[in-house]
Structure formats: structure tokens, C-alpha cells
Design a protein around this ligand. Structure first.
Ligand SMILES: [Zn+2]
Length: 566
């Protein structure tokens, strides 16, 4: 019997979650960070203590060193991806940070980066949980004229495979193409050497004994491995894998390994990828909103729109005006759900650095300064001065983070405004953060479910029932926060998808009217609270065990609940 093993050749999913947690008597939510266990930075010399840089010329990219440090004392092993556009290459695998006091070298780039914006990400685990702060760098053109890249003759292979080892394990092996969108290997075309954008690359083999097969994609021009992977377990017989080709145009070799031994090498070329070796021609569209002199003494600039007043410093001017646009995209979605709109503009403040966050805001005292953070808060000096507001910290240059955090925090504002009686101490945190997470998801922000998938697969930390959710947040273990935010959002998503948006709205209205959540659930979902809790937990556990990753969880979960809404 032929066994076809499908292993998608790495589709990068940006997983992360925004967070703000806790609570107080006034019904506010203090800010809390996304959990990052690794911090990365770049210096222009081989010295981790040299000043870090985020903007460098193309030529400087090969002089630069990349560094990492843990933010906890725990040992963390991770790989580092370099992302640009929607593509990435793995720079290095198996980097280990030992403690927060010791910098480790992540390495250096061997070929200059072309001008553009890039992000380094520390990734851990099989499905790409981001454990490190997303380090953004901007590469500017060199002042000199760009010289065209020298073309290397493609005739010779970079190294020769070991034929004896190949014959020991394999009767044959083929490399080729499966057409875009194909879900079976029926249309596999072997010995293809030129691929174009949209093709899927495929590797099939027949092994005569159990063998663990691994592969690397080697960039011939850059002389380095840009991607690697492998089969999840030793296989015997006919097996294969294929997946989308998501590497830039260029010349490559697909190298196949058994252990450390190279057993096969397939040269190939990628041509005609529309977004290939050249960086995006035009940067992200700039906002049409113009910044003006701020009316707040702490911030020099502001930008206004129908629903927003965003305050920032000159270095964050681009982000600040973009936040206005993002906010106006998010607002209609929230108005549609909540059926009402707060009477005043939402004020958003973008902190320039950690010192400003500490002096004007109220971050958790043990929060590493590398973390990104959003808050909707009445705490801190700024709160005393300007009242309720959204604040964003360390989202510079990262529009996805900014959008997720903004939707989450503005979601808090709508929730408090439309359901004014659902306040602490009556309101559980899971409902509060669940509604904010739901806003984040509705607005197209990050999907916060990766920790659920991790938890369902490992059992550590355990999935909790709805009534136990707040204990996760109350714990001092930050690694549980992610699970809390994910599960809280999954409660609301569950109601939305299983019962429909209108029932979710009825439930909130009923709870706001009576302040009795158990009765409100019985009244609107027509089942006792403990049954609701059990059914929700079963659905989450089951989906978590099946899902490949957080985004997959989202898709499966909606499908299971018949996808009534969202
Ligand atoms: Zn929140």
C-alpha cells in the first residue's frame, strides 16, 4: 500500500497575542505584556555591548552582529527567522539563551540585505511560536551605486552526495513539482528544475528500511542554507512531501540528508516570482492623515480623525498617523457589533521608550522592557491628566502588533461603554479579556489560540474550565497568561459561532441588566452554566488536540460550531 505523507513545507504563521490583564474596582484593565522570552538586537561590531542599531545601510548588514538574550533565567532554544514581506528565511537553528545576564551571538549575515524592512523573529516549537521580541530593522540603500549581482555558473553542485548511504536506504528518490493548489501527488512531475511562483515543490522517495529523512534548501548565490525541514518520523516504503514554494527567485539546491550525511542533491531554479529578490518597490502606503502640533504637554505631535486623537513623538510620526487609519478601520466593526459608539474620540498615546512608559503609565513592575504592550487604563500619571485612553508601548514599526493591540484596547472601551454595569468586582476577567480578544479577532488582528494548541498537545499547562480561567491570570506565572487570553477569547468565539452574534449580544444585555451571569446564560443559551462550561471545554480540548497551530484552531473551531458568525 502506498502511503503518502503530507507535510507542508513550512508556511510561516505569525502567531502572537496582545495582552492586557488584571482588573480593579473601577473596572479598568491595567496593561500587561505579550510574553517574550528572548530579546534580540543588532550591533555594528562584534560586541554585544556596542550600541544597538535598527537602521543600517545595505553594506552594513554584513558587518552587523545579531545578538540574543533570555528575559528569564530559563534556558530557551530557538531558531531565528528573518522575515520580509510575507516571506522569511531561517538564519540559524538551535540558538540557546542561558540566562538574562549573558548575550549569545545569533551570528551575522553573509550577504548584504537589500533596502527594505526586515524583522528578526525567535521561534520555538514545531509550529512556530514566536518567543522573541520581533526585532525590526530598516535597511537603507548604500550611497554608492548598486552593482548588479554577479551571476554564478550553475553547472557545478556545491557538494557531492554519498552514494553508498543513499543505496543503503533508498531504491529511488525524485524531486519535482506538484501544481499549485493540488492536494494529492497525482500530478507530480519529476525532474523539474525550473519552478515559478505558485508551484509546490515535492520530494518523493522509496526507502528500503526505516529512515529519518531531512532536507535543506541551499541558496547557491548566497552560499547558505535558507530553509530546512524533514519528515517527522522514520519512514519505510513510499513517502513524500510537498508544499508551497515560498522562496525568492534564484538558484538553489534541494539537499536531502540521512543524519549528517548528504544522500541526494537536486539543483533547481526559481524564476518569475513576482516579489522575488528585489525588496518592495514602494513602502507601505503612508497615511493621508497629517500630524499637527499636539495639545498634550508630553507629546509633540498628534493626528486626528473622526473617532481618534493619537499622540506621539516625531520618531513615531509614521506609526502615529497609521494608527489613525487602523483605528478608523477597526471602529465600524466594533460599532456593528456593539450597536453604539462612545460619545468622545478615543485617545491613543504612543510611548517612545520604557522610561516614558514608567513615568506616564503603570506597567507591571516585572515586565521586561522588550515586550510590546497595550493598555486601556485609568492608572498612572497620564490617566490622572487625560482620563481614559489607550496606550501603546514598543509597537514601533510593527503594524500588525499595533493593530492587534489597538483593536483589543478599543474593544475594552466599547465593552465598558455599552455594558456599563458589567464592572468589577462582578465581572470576571475572562469575560472582559474575552470580549477584547474577540474584538481583536473581528478586526483582523492576531489570532491568540496558539497557547491552547500547545496546552492541548502537551497537557502543560492544563486547559482550564471557564470558571477557573481567572486563576490563570492571577497566577504569577507569565507563561499561563497566553493560555488565559486564548481561552478567554475562545469562550466568546464559542458563543458567537455556536449560538450566533445576536445571542451573544442578548447574553451581554441580560448580564448587564441582572448582574447574574449564571441566569443570563440559562436565559439566553437555554442551558445551565455548568453544562455550557463543560461543552465549551470539550470543544476547546478537542479542537486544540486536532489543530496544527493557532490559526488552524480558529478555522477548525469555527467550522465545528457551524460557523454561524464571525
Ligand atoms: Zn485586555
Amino acid at each position: 500500500m502506498k502511503k503518502w505523507l503530507l507535510v507542508t513545507v513550512v508556511a510561516m504563521l505569525l502567531l502572537g497575542f496582545s495582552a492586557c490583564g488584571g482588573g480593579s474596582d473601577t473596572g479598568s484593565t491595567p496593561s500587561a505584556p505579550a510574553i517574550y522570552k528572548v530579546r534580540m538586537w543588532v550591533t555594528l561590531s562584534n560586541n554585544p555591548d556596542a550600541p544597538s542599531v535598527t537602521t543600517l545601510t545595505s553594506a552594513q548588514t554584513v558587518q552587523a552582529s545579531i545578538w540574543a538574550r533570555g528575559t528569564t533565567e530559563k534556558t530557551i532554544t530557538f531558531k531565528v527567522n528573518l522575515c520580509y514581506d510575507d516571506k522569511f528565511t531561517t538564519l540559524v537553528n538551535g540558538v540557546r539563551t542561558e540566562s538574562s545576564s549573558k548575550a549569545v551571538s545569533v551570528g551575522a549575515l553573509s550577504t548584504p540585505l537589500e533596502p527594505g524592512n526586515y524583522t528578526f523573529q525567535a521561534i520555538s516549537g514545531a509550529f512556530g511560536e514566536i518567543v522573541g521580541s520581533s526585532l525590526q530593522i530598516t535597511v537603507t540603500p548604500d550611497t554608492s551605486v548598486n552593482t548588479p549581482t554577479a551571476t554564478t555558473p550553475a553547472a557545478t553542485l556545491s557538494e557531492q552526495p554519498d552514494k553508498a548511504t543513499f543505496q543503503k536506504y533508498f531504491s529511488d528518490m525524485n524531486f519535482g513539482r506538484v501544481p499549485a493548489g493540488a492536494t494529492s501527488p497525482a500530478d507530480f512531475k519529476q525532474n523539474v528544475t525550473v519552478f515559478s511562483s505558485g508551484d509546490q515543490i515535492a520530494l518523493f522517495f522509496n526507502s528500503t528500511q526505516e529512515v529519518l529523512v531531512q532536507w535543506k534548501i541551499y541558496d547557491v548565490q548566497a552560499k547558505k542554507v535558507i530553509k530546512e525541514g524533514g519528515f517527522p518520523k522514520p519512514l519505510k516504503g513510499s513517502s513524500g512531501e510537498w508544499g508551497p514554494l515560498d522562496i525568492p527567485a534564484g538558484k538553489y539546491e534541494h539537499k536531502v540528508y540521512v543524519g549528517d550525511v548528504l544522500v541526494a542533491i537536486f539543483p533547481f531554479e526559481v524564476s518569475g516570482a513576482p516579489t522575488s529578490t528585489s525588496p518592495p518597490q514602494s513602502p507601505k502606503p503612508t497615511s493621508t492623515v497629517k500630524s499637527i502640533k499636539s495639545d498634550n504637554p508630553h507629546f509633540e505631535l498628534m493626528a486626528e480623525s473622526q473617532h481618534f486623537r493619537v499622540y506621539f513623538h516625531p520618531p513615531e510620526e509614521g506609526l502615529g498617523t497609521q494608527i489613525v487609519d487602523l483605528g478608523e478601520q477597526i471602529y465600524p466593526l466594533l460599532i456593528e457589533f456593539y450597536g453604539s459608539v462612545p460619545p468622545t474620540s478615543t485617545q491613543v498615546f504612543i510611548y517612545h521608550d520604557y522610561e516614558e512608559l514608567v513615568s506616564l503609565g503603570n506597567p507591571p513592575p516585572d515586565m521586561p522592557r522588550e515586550n510590546s504592550m497595550g493598555g486601556f487604563t485609568w492608572f498612572g500619571k497620564l490617566t490622572e491628566e487625560v482620563g481614559e485612553h489607550v496606550e501603546l508601548y514598543n509597537v514601533r514599526g510593527n503594524v500588525d502588533d499595533a493593530k492587534s493591540l489597538l483593536a483589543h484596547e478599543v474593544g475594552h472601551r466599547f465593552f465598558y461603554y455599552v455594558y456599563p454595569h458589567i464592572r468589577k468586582p462582578v465581572r470576571p476577567d475572562w469575560l472582559d479579556e474575552g470580549m477584547a480578544g474577540y474584538s481583536q479577532i473581528r478586526a483582523g488582528g492576531r489570532i491568540p489560540f496558539q497557547p491552547i494548541v500547545d496546552s492541548a498537545k502537551s497537557g502543560i499547562p492544563p486547559l482550564s474550565g471557564i470558571t477557573g480561567l481567572d486563576k490563570l491570570l492571577a497566577s504569577s506565572d507569565w507563561t499561563l497568561y497566553g493560555l488565559f487570553y486564548g481561552e478567554a477569547a475562545a469562550v466568546i468565539l464559542y458563543i458567537d459561532c455556536r449560538y450566533g452574534k445576536e445571542v451573544l449580544q442578548q447574553l451581554l444585555r441580560e448580564y448587564d441588566r441582572t448582574l447574574n451571569l449564571q441566569d443570563a446564560v440559562l436565559e439566553t443559551l437555554k442551558i445551565p452554566f455548568d453544562q455550557f462550561e463543560r461543552e465549551w471545554l470539550n470543544a476547546v480540548k478537542e479542537t486544540g488536540a486536532q489543530a496544527k497551530n493557532g490559526n488552524d484552531f480558529f478555522t477548525l473551531f469555527k467550522a465545528k460550531m457551524n460557523g454561524k458568525s464571525t
